[in-house]
Design a protein around this ligand. Structure first.
Ligand code: NAP
Length: 281
């Protein structure tokens, strides 16, 4: 039976380190580290995510500024807010909560964020640095958190076969790049992949980032694999991962639960990216 990777406990450790660095920054600079969270419209899920991030900032001595625009704000309005925050010396990180209303081009808004203040790590400059193996870029929060979760198991990534299901810009592609940089042999699967189960059964490390409840079943997992479940699928019975946890835990060596796995680490890494930005790291 698999050992459960406790994302909540690991995130608490990360947050405590972030808090120490944020306090040290404040002592040295006479101001708190600052994160601006921009939200457009009144999507209830976004509201919950933003409130969680603001609460997490408070706990880590990071000053958070929420900028909320009406759902009918134009792309120009949103970019003007971002540019103002870029120029604000008290703000070290900027996060634009996605999704934005349909009439706004998300890419244009993300491109307007200064790459140094890009707390989410979605800017093309930061994504490019990751893919080129250049230091100094901001790594997207969820993939950065996943790497910490894998490292916490003590399993050596080098030379292992890592299979990532999902090729999104925010999870699938960057986690594949990070695993490759850590010397794993990486296979990326997606909705057009043929014989998915045949591929996943060869994975020493399996990352599921799909958004389909319990897509990964026990027969798709190699005995002893490390399984990271990124999925967040909400239905009437609660929050579910992409992995059939109850059955897969009988086969895997380590597994993340949902909730309590990748989610808390994503928020912790947002705080880490913000403090890194403030400290110029
Ligand atoms: P996304 O942009 O919708 O991407 C999903 C990916 O899964 C796509 O690449 C898609 O393939 C692939 N896919 C869909 N159906 C598939 C199937 N049957 N077999 C194999 N691949 C399939 O989603 P995302 O933003 O990466 O997020 C993925 C999940 O992670 C969601 O549940 C999201 O809520 C969750 N998430 C969690 C956190 C966290 O902090 N815990 C953070 C981010 C995301 P195509 O490219 O071919 O369409």
């Amino acid at each position: 039976m698999a050992e459960i990777i406790d994302g909540k406990a690991l995130a608490a450790q990360v947050r405590s380190g972030v808090r120490e660095r944020a306090l040290c920054f404040e002592q040295n600079n006479g101001r708190k580290v600052g994160l601006a969270v921009v939200r457009v419209g009144d999507d209830p899920a976004s509201d919950i995510y933003v409130r969680n991030k603001i609460k997490a900032c408070e706990e880590c001595d990071i000053r958070s500024v929420a900028v909320v625009l009406n759902g009918d704000a134009t792309q120009t309005d949103v970019i003007a807010v971002v540019e103002k925050l870029n120029a604000d010396n008290d703000i070290d990180g900027i996060l634009v909560q996605l999704p934005l209303p349909k009439h706004i081009d998300e890419r244009a808004v993300l491109a307007a964020i200064s790459p140094k203040k890009d707390a989410d790590g979605f800017h093309a400059v930061n994504a490019g640095k990751l893919f080129l193996g250049e230091d100094g870029g901001v790594v997207a929060c969820t993939p950065r958190g996943i790497m910490e979760l894998i490292k916490s198991t003590g399993v050596d990534i080098c030379g292992k076969h890592a299979v990532v299901i999902g090729r999104s810009n925010i999870v699938g592609k960057p986690i594949a790049a990070l695993l490759l940089a850590a010397d794993a042999t990486v296979t990326v699967c997606h909705s057009k992949t043929e014989n998915l189960a045949q591929i996943t059964r060869t994975a020493d490390i399996l990352v599921a980032a799909v958004g389909k409840k319990h897509l990964v079943t026990a027969d798709m997992v190699k005995r002893g694999a490390v399984v990271i479940d990124v999925g967040m699928n909400r239905d009437d019975s609660g929050l579910h991962g992409d992995v059939d946890f109850d059955n897969v835990k009988e086969v895997a060596s380590y597994i993340t639960p949902v909730p309590g796995g990748v989610g808390p680490m994503t928020v912790a890494m947002l705080l880490m990216n913000t403090v890194d930005g403030a400290c110029g790291e």
